[in-house]
Design a protein around this ligand. Structure first.
Ligand code: ZN
Length: 186
């Protein structure tokens, strides 16, 4: 069963999430529903605040065709998808950055180029409750940076160039007003 998404303007997207102490049965079911929702919405990642939750958890599923480096080889051959991240943090960013067009399920129809590190080191708890440390590369590293940002209340528009953001300002304002109206806040 799909969960209702939260859209830009909803204050929960700006909140900071709280660490998960223990992966309960309820959290396992929540993660399963997050994966189903991500797939139905045709996204490659989904973070808890996007479905109105404040736990530090996100899910990522990059199709194998997208997980490739410049030579067309698998960028992260040992990555099993979907990836589930509890209490994640990025411990190292490579200085090498690249730009690519990004979108977000909480911003329907809005996108823009974002600079991100090509390679990162991450630390997190997986769905078995085990502590994992590993490197991620390329597009998968990009998606993970986008999702981890959500857990800190950071949105992709915050990382856009001022020019792109200014060009989108009217649409962002409209989306935010619609969201608040739907929520009965204004
Ligand atoms: Zn997003």
């Amino acid at each position: 069963m799909k969960i209702q998404l939260r859209y830009y303007g909803d204050p929960i997207l700006r909140g900071k999430t709280l660490p998960v102490a223990e992966i309960t049965g309820e959290l396992q079911r929540l993660v399963e529903r997050m994966v189903e929702t991500m797939r139905e919405e045709k996204g490659v990642g989904l973070a808890a605040p996007q479905i109105g939750r404040s736990e530090a958890v996100c899910v990522v599923e990059v199709p194998p065709d997208f997980d490739v480096d410049e030579d067309g080889k698998r960028a992260n051959p040992d990555c099993e998808m979907p990836m589930i991240f509890f209490n994640p943090e990025i411990t190292k960013y490579a200085t090498d950055q690249w730009s690519m067009e990004e979108g977000c399920l909480s911003f329907p129809g809005i996108n823009g180029p974002i600079q991100r590190s090509r390679k990162i080191s991450v630390r997190y708890m997986n769905s078995n409750g085990n502590q994992v440390e590993r490197e991620l590369n390329g597009y998968t590293a990009r998606v993970v940076q986008h999702e981890f940002d959500h857990l800190n209340g950071v949105l992709f528009i915050d990382r856009m160039s001022p020019v792109r953001r200014a060009a989108l300002s009217g649409r962002l304002k409209r989306l935010s007003q619609e969201t608040l109206a739907d929520m009965g806040i204004v």
